[in-house]
Each structure stands twice: as structure tokens, then as C-alpha cells.
Design a protein around this ligand. Structure first.
Ligand code: E4P
Length: 217
């Protein structure tokens, strides 16, 4: 399973990248706004900076909701860097645009996916990635992980090449469950990635080893 970081915060991207386990970055307009990025030039520059920091796929989201607008924006985004993947919302014009991008060699990430039916449409249109939002499904009282299991089964049976990119991750356990369910990618906040490091027995064990090492010094 590939690890992406789900943020537009450069310090967090740098920290995750320095761990040596990062395969890419996903962003969205809310994450860009959170960093105070304002104006199209600043947004484009921010994507460029991220692309220069991480050697992997970088999802950059369109904000148009009509076919022509999505295509125009997507073309500008992919011109920034070869690693840009155009993030397109799961709407009717989004599906048409994903098909167009696919036919024109432009990679896409279909975002805001909450059901198997939506994911099937994205895969049929040729999306490179489909992003089920498991945390938001959990938040609304359903089981996000069930969707990952369902998509893994459908995509394998059908032979879809689209990668399942589990998104809206809330904690380290979500990451483990995604790996278990066969997600191709998990995009995570830094805290959830770092949470994987932690176990109290590791801390206790290390303290004991370091204490005993003094006896052998
Ligand atoms: C995915 O690409 C989205 O950016 C993200 O995972 C959404 O997560 P949230 O539900 O925490 O906003």
C-alpha cells in the first residue's frame, strides 16, 4: 500500500517525506485555505513547491463544476509538473471530464466518493485513482471500511486498473484496516502516520535496553 500525506502544510509534508516512506500528496481546497494560500498564482506556486519537495503523485483539485471549466483547469494544473494528478469531483461533468483526461493521457483522482456505484463510474471513465472518504462515512454513522472492502472486491473481479485511494483517514487504525482491506493507497494526516510508530512496550523496552547498555559501557 502506498502512503500519501493529506495536507498542504509544507512542514508536515517535509517531515513525512524525511521518514522515507512517502509516495505522494493529496490536497483539496479546504487544506489550501487552511494554509492561507490565496489567489490563483499562489495556489499554482504552492502546487509547484510541493511537486519539487516530493517525488510522487501530487493531487491538485479543480474547483470548476462544468465540463469545459474542469478541462481548462486540469490542463493548467498538469502544466505545473509531470507528477500532478487532476483531482475531479464525483459529479456528472466530472465523470465526462475524467473520460476526456483519460483519452488525452492526463491522470485523474476522482474525489468525494461515498458509494460503490460512484467508484464504478469513476473506474469506467478511466480514473487513475478513486478516493472513498472513509472518515466522513464513519462520521455519518456508516462504516467507511466496508466500502474499501467492497471496492477491493469489485475492482479485482472486474479487473479495473483504477487504484483505490482511501481518504479522509482519522487515525492509525484506519491505515492498518485499509492495508488489511487491500487499498492501493492511503492518504493520511501526519498525526495518523506518526501514530503508527507508537507502542508503549516499545518505549518500555527501549528504556530498559538503554539502561542495561550503561552496564556494558
Ligand atoms: C482526500 O483527498 C481529501 O483531501 C481528504 O482525505 C478529506 O479528508 P477529511 O474528511 O478529513 O476532510
Amino acid at each position: 500500500m502506498k502512503f500519501f500525506i493529506d495536507t498542504a502544510n509544507l512542514a508536515q509534508i517535509k517531515e513525512a517525506n524525511e521518514l522515507g516512506i512517502l509516495d505522494g500528496v493529496t490536497t483539496n481546497p479546504s487544506l489550501m485555505a487552511k494554509e492561507g494560500i490565496k489567489g490563483i498564482d499562489a495556489v499554482m506556486q504552492h502546487y509547484k513547491t510541493i511537486c519539487e519537495m516530493v517525488d510522487g503523485d501530487i493531487s491538485a483539485e479543480v474547483i470548476s463544476t462544468d465540463f469545459d471549466g474542469i478541462i481548462e483547469e486540469g490542463k493548467k494544473l498538469v502544466a505545473i509538473h509531470r507528477n500532478i494528478v487532476v483531482k475531479v469531483p464525483m459529479i456528472k461533468d466530472g465523470i465526462k471530464a475524467i473520460k476526456w483526461f483519460t483519452q488525452n493521457g492526463i491522470r485523474t483522482n476522482c474525489t468525494l466518493v461515498f458509494s460503490a456505484g460512484q467508484a464504478i463510474l469513476a473506474a469506467k471513465a478511466g480514473a487513475s485513482y478513486v478516493s472513498p472518504f472513509i472518515g466522513r462515512i464513519d462520521d455519518s454513522g456508516w462504516d467507511g471500511m466496508e466500502l474499501i472492502h467492497q471496492l477491493r472486491q469489485i475492482f479485482t473481479i472486474q479487473g479495473y486498473k483504477t487504484e483505490i485511494l482511501a481518504a479522509s483517514i482519522r487515525n492509525p487504525n484506519h491505515i492498518i484496516k485499509c492495508a488489511e482491506a487491500g487499498a492501493d493507497v492511503c492518504t493520511c494526516p501526519l498525526d495518523s502516520i506518526l501514530g503508527l510508530l507508537k507502542h508503549p512496550l516499545t518505549d518500555i523496552g527501549l528504556a530498559k535496553f538503554l539502561e542495561d547498555a550503561k552496564k556494558t559501557a
